[in-house]
Design a protein around this ligand. Structure first.
Ligand SMILES: *Cc1c(COP(=O)(O)O)cnc(C)c1O
Length: 383
């Protein structure tokens, strides 16, 4: 182990997730694999070839910076879509390399048109509509100017998509807001069609909407978290279970994160563990030090709350997570020795350290914990 921890990516789990998702959406809906944030911490280099092996040929990222990373690993037949930020200097690279990107305001549209003209290339655009999320998106008052510009500069564009993003489809509390967004999206789309703006793809759904709003799938979905084997929320699983009989295991965790014991030590009753006084031993204990801390992606909010697996048994984090270490309770794990495997995320026999259980404890979302796994942890693809 060249680092203090490593990540394993399961081919089998990923294959199973894609198979499940394809069954969910059917043959006529394209799945764009969302790989922002280093493929949710799983690693571009590992995930992109794996996704391609499973028939994925469309990848979504937030920025041109991320697109450049993904570009290194995709094959010639795959496409990249940027749904977020591109700065002025990056726009040429984006259009030159036929990367698809969102247009979310008129200035962006005009920049894209000018650059495309200069390069004698067509900009491949997705028109993002504001339907109620209130992040980015073209406002209805701007539709006519947008349509006019597109007609006047038709040679410079390929209209790949018309799209929007829901304000929290993962929670039923947002049901009315999401439904209203869908109604507006359909209405706006009709207006574009009436004005002869025809897009190849319509897309609105991330994992949650893909799973629970069939009418919002249109002909493309943008799936992030679910392809990595996580249910966006317990609610989404519950709804799927009620309606289709899906089980938690219908999605399989792709990632495992492992380290090893670096030191073992005895603590006497009454002594404090680690910085400060957040943990005091109520009895004599044995603890293990693990060389992974918040600098390595192990969230500080797991202080006195997280747990790991050693020999398939749970060991609780004692005291605060430091920059590079955690201390765990191995009093009842008698045969643990230095160098022994420690599972930070993953399973051993029936025991599981899922990120979901992490996040329920720490009130972090799965997304944040995954996205914070540093780039420099070595990642290996296993069967
Ligand atoms: C992150 C993101 C997605 C994917 O979301 P998941 O919940 O991970 O599936 C889709 N679309 C947009 C615009 C996003 O920002």
């Amino acid at each position: 182990m060249d680092n203090t921890s490593y990540i394993e990516i399961s081919k089998k789990a990923y294959k199973s997730n894609i198979k499940f998702l394809k069954k969910v959406v059917g043959d006529n809906v394209k799945i764009s694999s969302v790989v922002k944030g280093n493929a949710y911490g799983h690693g571009y280099e590992q995930m992109i070839p794996l996704a391609e092996q499973n028939g994925i040929n469309h990848f979504s990222v937030f920025s041109a910076y991320e697109a450049k990373q993904v570009f290194k690993y995709i094959s010639d037949t795959s496409e990249i879509m940027i749904f977020g930020f591109i700065n002025h200097e990056q726009l040429e690279w984006v259009i030159e390399n036929e990367i698809e990107f969102y247009i979310y305001d008129l200035a962006g549209l005009e920049n894209a048109g000018d650059t495309a003209k200069l390069l004698k290339k067509k900009a491949k655009i997705h028109i993002e509509l504001e339907t109620g999320f209130k992040r980015t998106g073209i406002e209805p008052e701007e539709f006519d100017s947008l349509i006019l510009y597109l007609h006047e500069n038709a040679d410079n564009f390929v209209i790949k998509g018309i799209c929007t993003h829901f304000a929290g489809a993962e929670s039923i509390a947002n049901y009315v807001r999401v439904k209203n967004q869908l109604i507006l999206f359909k209405k706006y789309h009709k207006y574009f069609v009436k004005n002869n703006i025809i897009a190849e793809y319509l897309h609105t759904s991330s994992s949650s909407a893909t799973l629970i709003y069939p009418e919002a799938r249109f002909n493309m979905v943008r799936v992030g978290i679910a392809q990595y084997g996580f249910w966006p929320t317990p609610e989404v699983l519950l709804l799927r279970n009620n309606k289709y009989g899906d089980k938690e295991s219908s999605l399989k965790r792709v990632i495992s994160w492992k380290s090893e014991i670096m030191a073992i030590k005895k603590i006497s009753k009454g002594e404090f563990v680690g910085y400060g006084n957040s943990f005091q031993a109520a009895k004599d204990m044995i603890v293990a030090i693990i060389p992974v801390g918040y600098n390595n992606g192990y969230s500080r909010s797991l202080s006195n709350r997280g747990h790991v697996l050693i020999h398939g048994r749970r060991a609780d984090v004692l005291g605060v997570v430091t920059m590079n270490t955690i201390t765990v309770n191995i009093t009842d794990i008698k045969n643990a020795v230095n160098g022994e495997e420690v599972i930070l995320i993953g399973s051993h026999n029936k025991n599981n350290i899922t990120i979901a259980s992490f996040s329920e404890m720490s009130s972090y979302l799965n997304y944040q914990i995954l996205a914070r796994l540093p780039m420099n942890i070595p990642r290996f693809v296993i069967e």
